[in-house]
Design a protein around this ligand. Structure first.
Ligand code: NAP
Length: 512
């Protein structure tokens, strides 16, 4: 305590935490952040920190704990290629198993000591004079030569703007911020949304609630889920014949790439998938009125194709109701739809998705001229190779613009991106560069490439509105081609598209 003039004690000032210097600061510890950290460790780099706002690794797989949360891609494919897990319990794993896998690789590859938990990034500013990123977090400040943003696209829940929602007297929770201590047994529950999260959580809660009312804005195409437990014998085979699990992974990968032909090249190849979804609906929903309400009017694949065997039975159950009228307002104890019907409600579950085309992290990252990524992206997200942005030196984005996929494993795309960043760091080392920055020309060329590849795809021409497109109707989220083409494009740094500044130089810059 220090003394004031009046002789009273004043509270001691909080200790000033020194700014920590690191070579690489990674934001986020989901699949992408961990993948990057592991790649650094594997090549002997130890001068890095993983800044994680939560208190555990896992990203979206840590946060999405709603009942029934599981992956729509088989675990043999939805896992790191360098860390196969012979012990997956099911072909499509549920959230706790995926989260346990991520915790395991964190320890196995020695990156836990690099993780700083409870470190929410408030701003990251490029200091051009110092040639460093100054990163402010709730756990102190960091000066980093390289900043890798792996904050994720499914990180920040989107809350709908519904009149009166804030006046609701019961419980409101988003699917991505599930409150497990709130018991839904016997309650009248409203679920808003019918995307990938809703079709998993509704079947999980329907048996225990009094009623579940699902407010649907747009129906989804749903195909059967071929999920089954992995028999112990198969697990033993995976363990002792790793090549077998690798071969299955490869087969799953190729099978899923066939979907790209229909989605991005020749729409008629989607016809059999559409038939499968229609047959699934007809088999599972007998009531013609309900069936009609659940039938989409857009081409399959335009929005994410959902996989479920229990969504249609759950919404057909006697205690379930599908409401297609829009929500007019929420009152303290009910929801009123535009047709004037008022439904008493105890709990509202918002299964309304995430901020994907307006990534909140973009508001926190300021580039060379002081503008944020969000400012620079106000007309739509742009990048070179989905990884770098002109005016943001030494910044690499993982799971940023145009890397999303609707048909296969995001982990494949993440590994492609990590290899690209890894090669960029190697190039900096090899050429003695302190700063690497992509050119506006490269960025414009990549934007044109994406626009050209997106022309005529089901995402643009399939007759739906989806979070794949931004508010200008541009595809700024999905990679609109085969994923092996993305891998080829990002295998090595396209050095010719970067300007490098050698360490120690005044302002001299070296083009490729
Ligand atoms: P989502 O796909 O964005 O779905 C949000 C749902 O909420 C849609 O049905 C949307 O209707 C509806 N909605 C949004 N705002 C609304 C409003 N104001 N009023 C009424 N309805 C509204 O979100 P999600 O289901 O959380 O899934 C997001 C992504 O996470 C998925 O696409 C997938 O990539 C990933 N995910 C994967 C899995 C898995 O692997 N199994 C599970 C969950 C999530 P509209 O369609 O009309 O916009």
């Amino acid at each position: 305590m220090t003394s004031t003039l009046e002789g009273q004690s004043a509270p001691a000032a909080p200790p000033v935490r020194p700014v920590r210097e690191v070579r690489v600061a990674i934001i986020g510890s989901g699949f992408a952040g961990l993948g990057m950290a592991i790649a650094l460790r594997r090549r002997g780099e130890t001068d890095f920190v993983v800044l994680e706002r939560a208190h555990d690794v896992g990203g979206t797989w840590r946060d999405n704990t709603y009942p029934g949360a599981a992956c729509d891609v088989q675990s043999n494919l939805y896992s790191f290629s360098f860390a196969p897990n012979p012990d997956w319990g099911r072909s499509y794993s549920e959230q706790p198993e995926i989260q346990a896998y991520l915790q395991d690789v964190t320890d196995r590859f020695g990156v836990r000591d690099h993780c700083l938990f409870g470190a929410a990034v408030s701003t990251a500013r490029w200091d051009d004079a110092a040639r460093r990123w100054l990163v402010r977090t709730s756990a102190g400040e960091f000066r980093a030569q390289v900043l890798v943003s792996a904050a994720g696209a499914l990180a920040d829940p989107a809350h709908p703007n519904i009149p009166g929602l804030d006046t609701f007297a019961g419980t409101v929770m988003h699917s991505a911020r599930w409150n497990a201590s709130h018991d839904l047994s016997g309650e009248r529950v409203a679920v808003i949304g019918t995307g990938a999260s809703a079709v998993q959580l509704v079947p999980a809660i329907q048996p225990i609630v009094d009623t579940v009312t699902v407010y649907q804005r747009t129906p989804a195409w749903v195909v059967p889920r071929t999920d089954r437990p992995v028999p112990p014998l198969v697990r033993r085979l995976y363990r002792f014949v790793p090549g077998m699990q690798k071969a299955i992974r490869g087969a799953l990968y190729l099978l899923r790439e066939f979907l790209v032909i229909g989605m991005a090249k020749r729409r008629r190849f989607l016809t059999p998938v559409g038939r499968l979804a229609r047959a699934h609906l007809h088999r599972q929903v007998r009531d013609p009125k309900l069936r009609r309400a659940l039938t989409p009017d857009y081409t399959i694949g335009c929005k994410r194709i959902l996989i479920s065997n229990d969504w249609f039975p759950a919404i057909s159950a006697p205690n379930a109701e599908l409401v297609t009228a829009g929500i007019a307002e929420v009152r303290p104890g009910s929801i009123v739809t535009t047709d004037g019907v008022e439904r008493p409600t105890d709990t509202i579950v918002l299964a309304t998705g995430f901020h994907v085309t307006d990534l909140p992290i973009a508001e926190k990252i300021c580039g060379r001229d002081g503008r944020t990524l969000a400012d620079v992206w106000s007309a739509g997200m742009v990048s070179n190779r989905s990884a770098t942005v002109a005016g943001f030196p030494n910044l690499f984005l993982l799971v940023g613009p145009n890397v999303g996929v609707g048909h296969t494993s995001m982990v494949y795309m993440i590994e492609s991106q990590v290899a690209y960043v890894d090669d960029a760091l190697r190039t900096m080392d090899a050429e003695g560069l302190e700063v690497l920055e992509t050119t506006p020309e490269a960025q414009a060329a990549y934007r044109d490439l994406i626009a050209k590849k997106s022309e005529g795809t089901v995402w643009l021409a399939g007759g739906c509105a989806s979070w794949y497109l931004d508010k200008h109707g541009h595809n700024t989220t999905l990679w609109p081609d085969f994923t092996f083409r993305f891998r080829k494009l990002t295998r090595k740094l396209d050095r010719e598209n970067y300007v490098g500044t050698p360490a120690g130089s005044a302002d001299e810059e070296v083009a490729a």
